[in-house]
Design a protein around this ligand. Structure first.
Ligand code: WT7
Length: 655
């Protein structure tokens, strides 16, 4: 399972940071919440669900009779967008700012809940005019602008499941996702602002849609301006949305009505469309946002730095915070534009109180230097969060000292695209936190760490992380492939959900996450499968074979390292040059997206294989991390590793 490097951060952590009495006193979640959930788990979730506004009450909390296909709040009906927007306006908070938007170029726009309601209604009416009805899938390929949130809520409002595709993904990645979900509409923009320049988005959509017969229209937000190619399927957002009525009656949908599909990498080359539904999902994301982020809607300014292309953006920008009537910052651009203090500038100007970000960002800021955050007033912050990968104790301590001024609790939150919402995390007013640990299962969540036989291990031992009880925001399956859902998550130990992560209990009973145990890499908090990158590489005409591993990386957690064997016809001088490496890195970027670009590509004459032909990735990881080779006795050809070591050729890291 987890390799030595992952285990090495397990040296016993003595430091514990209990909440201050002041924080504890005002915290939304008080210690009794654990006992309450333990006493009656389903009653606990029912109580959380009562924070939402239901058009029809449920008759049963959980139906697990078709396990592992769950139904939560059976018979209940609600409209998710109504819960995130309209009810706050009805309650008298129409003038409260929902979104404090900041564009990369410095343009700013506050959107109140009333304005958000108007725009969501207009967008919902526009979608209806374009023939989108409940159940139809809508692909969203947009940068971090208010229209992205409006688009998602408009889909939710009319019951059309959205499939948001990260705007950094390639045309090919977009095409395969549109195709898998047979989306009827794509919502995109002309371009997005990245690192000070306008990057086109629409050409990738044109390329993708050309091969997607299901797409009837493309709705285009004007963001960057300038010329765009236009097809007869294209409609400008400002043309059609702008002229709609701001009145739209939200229909109540079944609690199990599909809310969205979000694609994530698994251990094969084909991304999985993770399916989430309405009532249980909204219950858990709003509950965890209230209890773990401790949101106070009247006074807090929340900022989750994720992109809506990832589940964090779905659950903790759009659905959880808006259901809780948060005021939040939405930022379009990169952290170093125009300067390396951009985030701290945003926090100072918007008086951000709660910051939720990823370890890879924290480590990047550590590397850039303390002077950037220290040059800004961060005294508004009162709580910090981390998500996406294990946070190493050094980064945790830096986050606490330099960003949190030693006063803010840090919540390290473990969860997945599949879990929909947070599962393992401290409660900031209750739990004494250890730097680097996600601490324990949240109230109402069942987790265990098991050995190969599925037997739970005790404190002081490690194994595989499993979830032992169904939870409201759990995935309801994989779009179009129920069998893959069962095979991937519920077959290793049928009574447990297998998360794919290694974990360990320390002797005090705190959980330490140890990284993936399958062929999934975690690059800057983003999941990318080794197989996916391998298929991209072998789809290049000059590549015969490829093996990809995730190697430790000080900043991004893991970095992608590829070993490739070129085809026979490639001339030796080409195989030895740097150009081939650049060509292959760009090819992967084109096939999947820039985030999947290998950090390093090594052109090798052979790959280490067992006699049965399985590539020994462990040995390749040793090479990639410059370690002495581990046990190589099962290699079919023992000479292969010295061949590889001799022929190493590394690629320049130009981004
Ligand atoms: C994988 C899920 C959860 C939203 C972002 C990622 C890793 C996530 C933590 C954490 C250690 C973490 C796991 C998990 N992960 N959060 N706090 N500590 N590891 O969602 O792309 O579905 O990836 O991210 O390996 O399985 P995702």
């Amino acid at each position: 399972m987890a390799d030595d490097a992952a285990l090495s951060n397990l040296s016993y952590e003595e430091r514990v940071f209990p909440p201050t009495p002041e924080f504890a006193r005002q915290a939304n979640a008080q210690p009794s919440i654990y006992a309450q959930a333990d006493a009656d788990r389903l009653a606990f979730w029912e109580e959380q669900a009562r924070h939402l506004t239901w058009a029809e009450p449920w008759s049963q909390v959980l139906d697990w009779s078709q396990a592992p296909f769950a139904k939560w709040f059976v018979g209940g009906r609600l409209n998710v967008a109504y819960n995130c927007v309209d009810r706050h306006v009805e309650d008298g908070f129409g003038d409260q700012v929902a979104l404090q938007f900041e564009g990369e170029q410095g343009d700013r726009r506050d959107v109140t809940y009333r304005e958000l309601q108007d725009e969501v209604c207009q967008a919902a009416n526009a979608l209806t005019e374009l023939g989108v009805a409940a159940g139809d899938r809508v692909a969203i390929y947009l940068p971090m602008i208010p229209e992205a949130i409006v688009a998602m809520l408009a889909c939710a409002r009319i019951g059309a499941p959205h499939s948001v595709v990260f705007a950094g993904f390639s045309a090919e990645a977009l095409r395969s996702r549109i195709d898998d979900a047979t989306a009827k509409l794509v919502i995109t923009a002309d371009g997005q602002n990245r690192r000070g320049s306008a990057m086109p988005l629409k050409p990738a959509v044109d390329e993708a849609v050309a091969d997607c017969p299901s797409v009837e229209n493309v709705l285009v937000v004007r963001r960057t301006g300038g010329d765009v190619e236009w097809t007869d399927k294209d409609v400008w957002w400002h043309d059609i949305v702008g002229r709609q009525s701001t009145q739209h009656t939200p229909e109540a949908f079944d609690s199990e009505h599909p809310l969205f599909i979000l694609y994530t990498s698994g251990t094969t080359g084909k991304p999985k469309g993770i399916l989430h539904t309405s009532g249980g999902y909204l219950t858990q994301v709003s509950s965890t946002h209230r209890n773990v982020h401790d949101l106070k809607p009247d006074t807090d300014v929340f900022w989750c730095t994720a992109d809506i292309g990832w589940v964090t953006g779905h659950s903790y920008i759009v659905y959880g915070p808006l259901a809780n009537r948060a005021t939040q910052v939405v930022y379009e651009g990169t952290p170093d534009t125009p300067g390396k203090d951009r985030w701290w500038d945003i926090i100072e100007r918007h008086r951000v109180t709660i910051l939720y970000t990823a370890p890879t960002a924290i480590r990047t800021f550590m590397k850039w230097g303390d002077e950037y955050p220290q040059g800004k007033d961060l005294s508004s912050l009162r709580l910090l969060g981390s998500v996406g990968e294990p946070i190493n104790p050094e980064a945790w301590m830096w986050y606490r000292d330099v960003i949190g001024g030693n006063r803010c609790p840090i919540v390290d939150t473990w969860w997945q695209t599949e879990t929909g919402g947070m599962m393992i995390a401290p409660l900031p007013g209750v739990t004494g936190c250890k730097p680097g640990s996600a601490m324990g299962p949240l109230p109402g969540v069942g987790a265990a760490i098991v050995d190969d036989h599925g037997t739970p291990v005790g404190h002081g031992s490690g194994g595989y992380l499993v979830l032992t009880e169904p939870w409201p925001a759990m995935l309801r399956g994989i779009w179009g492939d129920p069998q893959r859902y069962i095979d991937t998550y519920w077959s290793r130990w049928p009574q447990y959900y297998f998360a794919g992560d290694g974990a360990k209990w320390d002797t005090d009973g705190a959980i330490w996450l140890l990284g993936r145990v399958d062929d999934v890499m975690n690059i800057a908090g983003h999941r990318i499968s080794t197989t996916e990158v391998e298929s991209a590489l072998v789809s290049h005409p000059k590549v015969a074979e490829a093996a990809v591993v995730g190697a430790n990386d000080d900043t991004t957690g893991q970095g992608i390292v590829a070993f490739v064997i070129l085809r026979g016809g490639v001339p030796a001088e080409e195989a030895e040059g740097d150009a081939i490496v650049t060509e292959l890195r760009n090819h992967v970027a084109h096939e999947i997206g820039p985030i999947a670009k290998p950090r390093q590509i090594m052109v090798v004459p052979e790959l280490p294989k067992t006699r049965s032909g399985k590539i020994m990735r462990r040995l390749l990881r040793d090479v990639a991390e410059n370690r002495a080779l581990g046990d190589a006795t099962t290699l079919a050809d023992p000479a292969v590793m010295s061949l590889i070591a001799e022929g190493l050729k590394s690629g320049a890291d130009d981004d």
